[in-house]
Design a binder for this molecule. Structure first.
Ligand code: NAP
Length: 496
């Protein structure tokens, strides 16, 4: 149960505390933010609404703690991360339960998210030890006009205070994908969890607390992003922002100061299906890619672009599989569970109504009960429909029939997003040409888009993001290069 056992100290009455200076605290605001259970649509949990003064204090402490942490040996940082990973995995059940109640993620997937997060933290520790244990050594005579009089030693140093803001759909995993790299690289970390998912994040942070990280190195400020977000992202104490979410990231990028930004934003991942594709494989990947976690994944298949000649067969195969999807509460491990909020369900319904008005073919009847939307495949979608371009973040998938590969690539590249895409064909030469032509951060050949495994580079082009994630890239992004140059009075050639 949330807030019980070892987690007893993170709650006061019915309000979860925030974490600062190594302690669980109540906000002086006296106010709380309610977290609505998407299934029951009733208040499930409450968290503190932190104040600007509390943010200021956290930033001050984080700065001091970082200076000491940067002097902590790399192997010791890794040791603590391994410990936190083990504690996190040990408590997968109560944290998974929070995910079920806060974001209506199916119970089994909720536990998987926590375990995957523990593995991610361990991998960060291992990768960090190797990556940061090495530097480069340069000599000057390789550049024209120089003798061998300068030796340059360069290594990676931390940035300072990293602000991490994950979204609701993978609150724990996308928080640790920022926390792990930041800490191993010698930074301190301030986490602003999503409101839906905040309690799961507070439990996760407690696992780091139990592992024994120094006071003030990790903090967790709760409150609504719309209220506290600008103050956090524009705070002069922040040296790096790692954000995952929607368009909010574009606004943050415009307001943030001269600091490194890692932005992982929305997507409209296209699935291009050629005539020679294995249509059974395509259909299973469309189901997995389009409907897992009710389509609320950044890398969900969000538009199918299928060659007209195989479209009827493919749509039939997908329809048969959609009919088998179970719909209901996350506690029952249903495939399709309620979407995160009423406003999200209303937005999805708006896209569906627009497609209906403009003549899309409904492969199933549109059905909604509260935040629960039944899976829906829309065939014969045309470019004048909103669903052809916008990200529904729900279990509704448009199919656009195309007459040529060029038409498919054109649709994909006309999007303002460029996260991932996929192509299904048995011809590797065509697949490579299409992959090169698609303006997306990643293209999957013969599989649905996916963010993992977590050590793969993960990046979006255009409005889908800035920079690249994946464990190695995140560690590099959260460091700066520092050089020391030894100047010799006379040239020195080895064995010369
Ligand atoms: P969101 O509304 O952009 O929220 C993301 C985070 O930003 C939340 O923690 C939110 O806090 C916070 N926030 C809101 N306003 C803020 C502000 N003014 N300043 C700073 N932070 C602020 O996104 P979401 O609805 O949680 O997630 C869905 C979106 O994330 C989709 O577009 C999806 O494609 C994208 N996503 C992208 C990736 C990727 O890696 N590319 C991965 C997963 C999801 P509150 O919850 O308190 O508002």
């Amino acid at each position: 149960m949330a807030g019980n056992g070892v987690f007893g100290e993170i709650i006061d009455g019915d309000v979860f505390k925030y974490y600062a200076d190594g302690e669980w605290k109540k906000s002086s605001s006296g106010k709380s933010v309610s977290i609505i259970n998407p299934t029951t649509r009733k208040v499930q949990y409450k968290v503190q609404a932190c104040t600007q003064e509390e943010v200021n204090k956290v930033m001050e402490i984080a700065k001091v703690a970082q200076k000491a942490w940067a002097k902590t040996p790399l192997w010791k940082r890794a040791e603590l991360l391994h410990k936190a990973a083990a504690i996190l995995k040990e408590h997968k059940a109560p944290i998974g339960e929070c995910l079920v109640k806060e974001i209506a993620k199916p119970a089994k997937d909720s536990v998987t998210e926590v375990v995957r997060s523990g593995d991610l933290v361990s991998y960060c520790a291992e990768e960090g030890v190797r990556l940061l244990g090495q530097g480069t050594f340069l000599v000057s005579d390789s550049f024209p006009g120089n003798e061998r009089t300068k030796y340059c030693l360069s290594s990676k140093i931390p940035l300072g205070v990293v602000l991490a803001i994950p979204p609701f759909n993978y609150p724990v995993n996308l928080a640790v994908s920022k926390i792990g790299p930041a800490l191993i690289a010698g930074n301190s970390l301030v986490l602003k969890p999503p409101t839906q998912g905040a309690v799961a994040c507070l439990h996760m942070v407690h696992c780091f607390h139990l592992a024994g990280f120094p006071k003030g190195l990790i903090s967790c400020i709760t409150g609504k992003g719309s209220e506290i977000g600008d103050f956090l992202t524009m705070h002069p104490g922040v040296n790096c922002i790692s954000f995952t979410g929607g368009d909010t990231g574009i606004a943050i990028s415009k307001k943030a100061g001269m600091i490194p930004l890692q932005m992982e934003l929305g997507g409209k991942d296209a699935c291009i299906v050629l005539e020679d594709a294995d249509l059974d494989l395509v259909a299973s990947n469309i189901i997995k890619g389009g409907f897992s976690y009710s389509g609320q994944r950044c890398t969900a298949v969000k538009v199918v672009l299928v060659m007209e000649s195989v479209a009827d067969t493919l749509v039939e195969k997908v329809k048969t599989k959609v009919a088998k999807l179970t719909v209901g509460p996350p506690e029952d491990n249903c495939d399709i569970t309620p979407v995160v909020s009423e406003s999200s369900a209303n937005f999805i319904e708006g896209l569906v109504n627009d497609a209906k008005q403009k003549g899309a073919t409904f492969c199933q009847e549109y059905k909604r009960d509260g935040n629960l939307i039944w899976p829906l495949l829309l065939d014969n979608v045309r470019p004048d429909m909103r669903i052809a371009w916008e990200e529904p973040f729900g279990p509704v998938l448009p199919v656009i029939r195309i007459g040529s590969i060029e038409e498919g690539i054109h649709h994909c590249n006309a999007s303002n997003f460029g996260l991932q895409g996929c192509v299904f064909t048995k011809d590797i030469n065509k697949a490579m040409l299409i992959s090169d032509a698609m303006e997306t951060g990643t293209v999957q050949i013969n599989s649905a888009p996916a963010r993992g495994p977590d050590h793969f580079p993960f990046q979006g082009l255009k409005d889908s993001g800035i920079g690249s994630q994946g464990i190695t890239n995140s560690i590099n992004m959260m460091t700066k290069v520092k050089s020391t140059v030894i100047n010799l009075p006379t040239p020195s050639y080895t064995m010369g």
